[in-house]
Design a protein around this ligand. Sequence first.
Ligand code: PMP
Length: 405
Amino acid sequence: MNFDVAAIREQFPILKRVIDGNPLIYLDNAATTQKPQCVIDALVDYYTTCNSNVHRGAHRLADEATRRFEGARDIVKEFINAPKREEVIWTTGTTEAINIVANGLSQLLSTGDEVIATGMDHHANLVTWQQACKASGAILKIVPVTDEGELDQAAYAEMLNERTRFVAFPHVSNALGTVNPVKAMTIKAKQFGAWVLVDGAQGAAHGWADVQDIGCDFYAFSGHKVYGPMGIGVLWGRASVLENWPVWRTGGEMIATVTLQDATWNVLPYRFEAGTPNVGDAIAMGEAIRWFSALDQVAVAAHEKALIDRATELAEAFEGLTIIGNAKDKIGVLSFVMDHGHPADIGFLLDRQGIAVRTGDHCAQPLMTRFNVPGTARASFAIYNTLEEVDALFVALKKVRTMLA
Ligand code: PMP
């Protein structure tokens, strides 16, 4: 197996940080991953050598910036196995990608149409559909979550019918780590001709975003969760769907012709990229994906599985700790509560020991209500985490338990 975690860690300068005398143990990767030096360098190099506005310049810097920017689009295309490069739309992140789709959807739906989302969605993939349904008179249906933290597939199958126009679900739950059967769910939705959006914010980092294999119409993800920068992300949309989807922001770049009273729209992808794009971050996101894709993916998957398996094993043996979300297929996330202490206290006391986790509702309030918890403490893993770090989390949790008892 070709996976050297020490060599990978070496590439992440931030992992050398020391917090109150303790080596940083960064377990907040579902919120954002850290960036390898090559990604930081790509960003600095862009601003140092070829910062320029893209597409419209008649000079060397504009040419170089455009080549790098469009080259990054090609890297994303390969990463998600998109049939066409123009289907890759740069956005500020998953949230904006989903909002682009929701904006169009609200104009395409009418009273009585049905939309399906799920009880484990991030607010970005729920509130958007609520708003689209309110604006159009469509009905929003929600796939319930089982006690194990899986989507209730029987209920989902029952919900689908000829009025179903649109279905959205997460690839991987950011709050529970549940891996959803996105391909099977897409096939079911397609039997009724519904459009399907997969929220890939937590799926892309595992290299699973094969949009042709999944068969969806839209796939959304963020650069900052795949070892790239913040402020950049991707909406992938099937060309035949995107070409007819109502435009989102209007302005420069997204137009073909403009008169004083009217305008026509540019071709894909520019039709959805109004204004000056985030060139430097797109280039750095491309570098992050290039870097990640060059790793031995079988070894990466085995390492990620080892991390969640070890964490689950230790959590199950830990007195006074309850895991929230016990899906059979789970990756990257251990969400839990403890008998004594609010999740916020757990987070605070772990931070004192150099361990970064996230606490709260993880932008999934309905899911917290479903499990009857105020929130959880969430340890989430990336490829640079080690089994020793997982062990250290539980040593630290023992101290937390003593302090809170
Ligand atoms: N969906 C999921 C499943 C997420 O985990 C996140 C980020 N926590 C988002 C959507 C929103 O992503 P962003 O904040 O990068 O737009």
